[in-house]
Design a protein around this ligand. Structure first.
Ligand code: SF4
Length: 344
């Protein structure tokens, strides 16, 4: 066991990527990086991390920020509930913990938006608590190392993996051990074509020994993906348009154009004209449709069409604001809409 950790950690010291949140034991920075990196690949997430740290160098700044500013910085990362939780957690830490993160796994788990993985990452990296951090990367590596042919998305399998890794982490610097396992998953033991010939722990790997590394991990359920059809109404009243703040769903707090969700297919021009009238707009001119845009989220596939039109009257809806079209990008929108506004 000691030899396994030694080999893993020596490899990590030499091969680890230089990332802006490494070499720190500041729980705030570790937390921020973990929450952001759950959303995205490291190369895409790093600019977000840097933007957040620059804007909110300490947790007090983040706690005091306006939610809209946070959502705007988060724009493009998806899973906006995590940005809102980030804000709430910052406020709780400032108000209830005197601006200091709890220094152990159990207390960290009580924070909003902090699950077992993030709590373990912070506890081990910032406070050297001997607790394993298990994310998808680590599950994959462990299933191959220990030749686990049970589905890794079953809680009982995660429990088995946790107890084996918990033995391996003992005696090692726990923060470095966790980061090394994650780095191994990201750089060497990749989902497809793991680089077993360059792997520092290949001599211990039962999956590799049995030639099963490409068949693992095994997973049970695939998420059922729902198809939805979004018809957006983009009014133009002398250069002004109407946008509405979402008050529910995954995009809560973000803005959108008035939206009509249709069944089975997108609406055609006649149906859209009727919908525009039903939504209380004045007379319509120059109605045009964007090309159909496809957007994929974890649980749904969206086909969207943006209908632009000039009008003589906007019947302002609940939670709506009327703004200059040229100011649109000052507001936080889901990525689907940002792409459209930017003409991507
Ligand atoms: Fe992964 Fe291959 Fe290393 Fe095993 S030997 S841990 S399968 S990279």
């Amino acid at each position: 066991m000691v030899d396994f950790s030694h080999k893993l950690l020596s490899w990590y010291e030499n091969a680890k990527r230089s990332l802006p949140w490494r070499n720190t034991s500041d729980a705030y920075k570790i937390w921020l990086s973990e929450i952001i990196m759950q959303q995205t690949r490291i190369d895409q997430g790093t600019p977000y991390y840097l933007k957040f740290i620059k804007t909110f160098p300490r947790i007090n700044y983040l706690a005091k920020a306006d939610e809209q500013q946070i959502l705007k910085l988060w724009e493009g990362l998806g899973y906006y509930s995590r940005a809102r939780n980030l804000h709430k957690t910052a406020q709780i830490i400032v108000d209830q913990y005197d601006s200091k993160f709890p220094n152990n796994y159990k207390e960290l788990l009580k924070l909003k938006g902090v699950g077992p993985y993030t709590a373990a990452a912070i506890a081990s990296i910032a406070f050297n608590e001997s607790v394993v951090a298990i994310d998808g990367n680590v599950l994959r590596v462990a299933s191959r190392l220990f030749l686990i042919e049970e589905p890794v998305d079953k809680p009982s399998t995660v429990k088995t993996i946790r107890s084996v890794l918990q033995k391996l982490i003992k005696g090692a610097n726990s923060g470095t051990f966790n980061q090394a396992m994650m780095e191994l998953g990201a750089m060497i033991c990749t989902p497809k074509n793991p680089k077993c010939d360059s792997c520092p722990v290949s001599v211990y790997c039962l999956g590799f020994a049995g030639g099963k590394q490409n068949k693992l991990p095994i997973k049970v359920g695939k998420v059922k993906v729902k198809q939805e059809y979004f018809n957006y109404l983009i009014s133009d009243l002398n250069g002004k348009t109407e946008i509405i703040k979402r008050i529910s769903g995954i995009w809560t707090g973000l803005y959108q154009f008035p939206l009509i969700i249709s069944n089975d297919r997108l609406l055609n021009q006649i149906e859209i004209e009727t919908s525009i009238k039903d939504n209380g707009y004045g007379s319509i001119n120059n109605l045009t449709a964007s090309p159909i845009i496809k957007h994929v989220l974890t649980h749904k596939k969206i086909e969207a069409c943006f209908w632009s039109f000039e009008t003589t009257f906007i019947n302002q809806k609940k939670d709506a604001i009327i703004i200059e079209k040229s100011d649109l990008l000052e507001y936080p929108f889901p990525q689907l809409l940002v792409n459209f506004i930017k003409g991507k």
